[in-house]
Design a protein around this ligand. Sequence first.
Ligand code: 3HC
Length: 286
Amino acid sequence: MTSIERVGVLGAGLMGSGIAEVCARAGSDVVVVEMNPDAAAAGLARITASLERAVNSGKLDAGDRAAALARIRMGTEFEAFADRQLVIEAVPEVPGLKDEAFRRIDAAVRDPEAILASNTSSIPISRIASATSRPEHVLGMHFFNPVPVLKLVELVPSLRTSAQAVERIRDYATAALGKKVITAPDRAGFVVNALLVPYMLSAIRMLEAGFATAEDIDTGMVEGCAHPMGPLRLTDLVGLDTTLHVANSLYAEFKEPHLAPPALLMRMVESGLLGRKSGLGFYNYP
Ligand code: 3HC
């Protein structure tokens, strides 16, 4: 099994920048392709700040920070993926956008053994794989936010992913990135979001019904159940738009009423209240 040294990441948003950072810290050479110059600049700033935080908390020495940053290159063309052994897609959760992204990654990557992975939280891997000429090398590689902090990666094989591709990525995620891996089925929400998102939606419904304040809902779960943050603050961290996409996928797949997005979530997304990344969500982030 050839070890993975050259990684591509598509998208420099919250997840893409975190994924690029952990791969570079693990010693991989990383190319990030992001078409939007503002998003590229913000992604690089996020990586720089996160590495700074790791240095300040004694988890990384200053030399390793410089080396990690030097291993990351930003680009705007899919051609930059030509020599990659692994490309991880992290574009927004819009099915048409993912299909197009995979068509273009597939056309750009030359190595027939390369793995094309998606960080999708909700779109079936089978659908994504069918946009490529190599479905046996396509799988889900789902990271959690903040990527540099949270250890989990869900590996999601489709019906056509080869066992060898799964083992190659399991090895890279554990041995190189130091992550813990679980294998999830190719069903909406995989394992974690199938459990987590209905809980977040329940909290939004509680708030919408005037059942309790946002602060009391969150304090209840932090102080009563030792969660690191309450469900509404967590929704702000994940992004209300992403939460809405996952809810829509869960509802489309399972048709259970409790999976349907609450009206409050839809109205907030339509109003641009996306949580931390937009400065406003259930809380303000000045
Ligand atoms: N980058 C790098 N390091 C970071 C970081 C970041 N973005 N955010 C926090 N850290 C580090 C800090 O440096 C700190 O390290 P230290 O203890 O060595 O100093 C440590 O993580 C804890 O951070 P803080 O003390 O600043 O803050 P908290 O203790 O409040 O932790 C948190 C913040 C890590 C976000 C914590 O609240 C948490 O784990 N929350 C739950 C997050 C969660 O559940 N995420 C999953 C979302 S679901 C998902 O992503 C799937 C998607 O498909 C929807």
